[in-house]
Design a protein around this ligand. Sequence first.
Ligand SMILES: CC(C)(COP(=O)(O)OP(=O)(O)OC[C@H]1O[C@@H](n2cnc3c(N)ncnc32)[C@H](O)[C@@H]1OP(=O)(O)O)[C@@H](O)C(=O)NCCC(=O)NCCS
Length: 164
Amino acid sequence: MEQTGVTVRPAVESDGPALVAVDVATWSTVVTPGPQPDGEGPFFSERTPPEAVLVCEVDGEVAGYVVLRQEFPMPSHAHVLEIGGLAVGPGAQGRGAGRLLVEAAVEEARRRGAVKLSLRVLGGNDGARRLYERCGFVVEGVLAGEFVLDGAEVDDVLMARRLD
Ligand SMILES: CC(C)(COP(=O)(O)OP(=O)(O)OC[C@H]1O[C@@H](n2cnc3c(N)ncnc32)[C@H](O)[C@@H]1OP(=O)(O)O)[C@@H](O)C(=O)NCCC(=O)NCCS
């Protein structure tokens, strides 16, 4: 997929360090409930192998990623895939890379036979929520006060879109 200066492709093992750097640069308690990454990596793991990741390049540099995987590996849940992570480095934001990554994940989920794509987003992550809404995701539920971040309870919002 391509937009001016922005392309999306499947990840390869050697993308790891650049994707760790994206995680370090984008981490905040507004966008993720996870601990601050130390920058040591590794990015890829058994749960997140390169085959589960699409990366975007902006002006030829790896600038972001989306993780596409099955949350519950059971036959009864095989028709649902989830976006298990999305980030674009600060220097590359606002150029459509985020949207292109989400659209590529939708296309890839369809190609893999999924009929539904789901995700979780923190209640206060307005930018990501707007992006997902623009890409056709709707709120399916809210886990109220699911995380305590900076001393305050934060909701986890469940969003999804049908692919059929
Ligand atoms: C959410 C995130 C991935 C969006 O990435 P992005 O590359 O900036 O996304 P886009 O460029 O597609 O869209 C972002 C904004 O840029 C605007 N935009 C899109 N294409 C554009 C272009 N060609 N030129 C200028 N602006 C553009 C969009 O209108 C959008 O504006 P808005 O949100 O104010 O309405 C990024 O902000 C990020 O990594 N955030 C931290 C991690 C995070 O929150 N991840 C989600 C966890 S659930």
